[in-house]
Design a protein around this ligand. Structure first.
Ligand SMILES: Cc1cc2nc3c(=O)[nH]c(=O)nc-3n(C[C@H](O)[C@H](O)[C@H](O)COP(=O)(O)OP(=O)(O)OC[C@H]3O[C@@H](n4cnc5c(N)ncnc54)[C@H](O)[C@@H]3O)c2cc1C
Length: 436
């Protein structure tokens, strides 16, 4: 048995290793070093293109929990990261080049894995996993567009910040429709004139990120950063995304001068995105300025806004929960291409795609991860999100189904999530080994 993996990045290496551990021969096709992306610099596999941090290791954080689950499933990358770590407090940060070198050596030394340095420009025959990442080369992106439909492949992220519903101040925010049309589906954060002006001044003065090399050519296509809109004049936001049109005042209260609306992002209604608030502000600045919005003072931001070059497919429309293309049996997609966001999320999705493809090749029935695990919740989100415009997602506790009882203390709540997730991941790992 043999499978092809296209892209030797974080997802590709985990996928190849997972397949090889099942006794399946694998060829990884990687276009570097002959052809580079705008941000990769070397020829090693699993190159970290920007930060050297793989984020927290504490399993009472979403990132730490994801790592603990990956360890249970047999990750290749995590032991390499631990062996090449550099001091970074509670974060798992690595010496970038030693990390990639070590992953490359382990992959190249594996008797069942071959690495071919070649760009792939068409969709290969099954069985195959495509994981060419946010900077997938143009010919392959075009081929992906052809099989998924032009409207189902995106070339940039314009993500607005997301908060959890439990962290909203419900004595201030209230449900209503958008512009007075349809049902009361939006949470509204109403602002007085004074609150609006204070927010506006802080927004225009806040520090934004310089675009990365890969982002300079990015076209906003009518999706402008909120701080850009604000720079055009004090009232532009009030006549744009913060327009209070059709919004009745709360009983007895003043008519809102401006409003920030929140739209539901997941089926369970735990995650809410700030409508029209795509931004390039630095995360610390987002955290500071957005808390000035009435009702968001104590908000839990599970994701900050980002705007950058990316390539990802509309996974809820195109993929099943085993990351298999619904219209192409044996073709799997992994990594950032699926709409997961971040180094570890990409690696974890590669690990999952590798395990699923192995089962498919062995004629075993597909399994679904428990949605109570961080990886299961993430995969469920990307393969079934209800949002009209699917947006990439990182690991966060807001994705997990609510716990049976309400736990007010955040740390205790996260610990309870962690205990449940790890128990279910251990059970799942046994099931994975024992089922046909
Ligand atoms: C500018 C930028 C900065 C980022 N910074 C961060 C950060 O700081 N932290 C974070 O968590 N995430 C960051 N990300 C996201 C990060 O890229 C992903 O989280 C992660 O690298 C994705 O893993 P992947 O395996 O899907 O893709 P990659 O790791 O990018 O791997 C894809 C591989 O496929 C190869 N490839 C592409 N096309 C072809 C082809 N046609 N044929 C053969 N090979 C091909 C590429 O050369 C590459 O090696 C950043 C992304 C970008 C674009």
């Amino acid at each position: 048995m043999h499978a092809d993996i296209i892209g030797g990045g974080l997802a590709g290496c985990e996928a190849a290793y997972a397949l090889a551990r099942q006794g399946i021969r694998v060829t990884i096709w990687e276009m570097r070093p002959d052809k580079q992306t705008p941000v990769h610099q070397g020829g090693d596999l699993a190159e970290l293109v920007c930060s050297n941090s793989l984020k927290s290791e504490h399993s009472d954080t979403a990132q730490g929990l994801l790592k603990a689950e990956m360890t249970i499933l047999g990750s290749l990358l995590l032991p390499c990261a631990q062996a090449t770590r550099v001091p970074a407090g509670s974060a798992l940060a690595v010496d970038r080049s030693r990390f990639s070198r070590m992953v490359t050596e382990q992959i190249e030394a594996h008797p069942l894995i071959t690495v071919r340095r070649e760009e792939i420009t068409t969709i290969p025959q099954a069985p195959c996993i495509i994981c060419t990442g946010p900077l997938t080369s143009a010919p392959l992106a075009k081929a992906l567009q052809e099989i998924s439909g032009a409207e189902n492949l995106y070339f940039y992220d314009a993500v607005a910040p997301t908060v959890t519903r439990v962290s909203l101040d419900e004595s201030i925010v209230y449900k209503a429709s958008r512009y007075g049309k349809g049902s009361a589906d939006y949470y509204n954060c109403p602002m007085t004139r004074e609150e609006y002006l204070c927010f506006y001044e802080q927004l225009v003065a806040a520090d934004a990120l310089e675009p990365h090399a890969a982002d300079r050519e990015m076209v906003f296509e009518g999706c402008m950063p909120i701080e850009f809109i604000a720079q055009r004049g004090v009232d532009t936001l009030r006549f744009g995304p913060m327009r209070p049109v059709g919004l009745s005042p709360v009983e007895g209260g003043p008519r809102p001068y401006a409003v920030v609306q929140l739209r539901q992002e997941d089926k369970e209604g735990q995650l809410w995105g700030l409508v029209g608030f795509q931004t390039r502000l630095r995360w610390g600045e987002q955290d500071r300025v957005l808390r000035l919005i009435p009702g968001l003072k104590n908000a839990e931001f599970v994701r900050y806004g980002v705007m950058h070059r990316n390539t990802y497919i509309n996974s809820p429309r195109c993929l099943s929960p085993d990351l298999q293309f619904t219209t192409r049996p044996g073709l799997f997609i992994a990594g950032q291409l699926t709409g997961v966001e971040g180094y570890m999320e990409s690696a974890a999705s590669g690990l999952w795609a590798g395990l699923c493809l192995a089962r498919w090749m062995q004629g075993k029935k597909p399994l679904e991860l428990p949605e109570t695990t961080m990886l299961g919740a993430l995969i469920k989100h990307i393969s079934s999100a209800a949002n009209a415009k699917f947006q990439p997602m990182n690991a966060n506790f807001g994705l997990l189904p609510a716990l049976p009882g309400k736990i007010k203390d955040k740390k205790q709540r996260n610990l309870a999530y962690m205990t449940r997730s790890l128990k279910h991941m251990h059970e799942f790992s046994e099931l994975l080994q024992n089922t046909l």
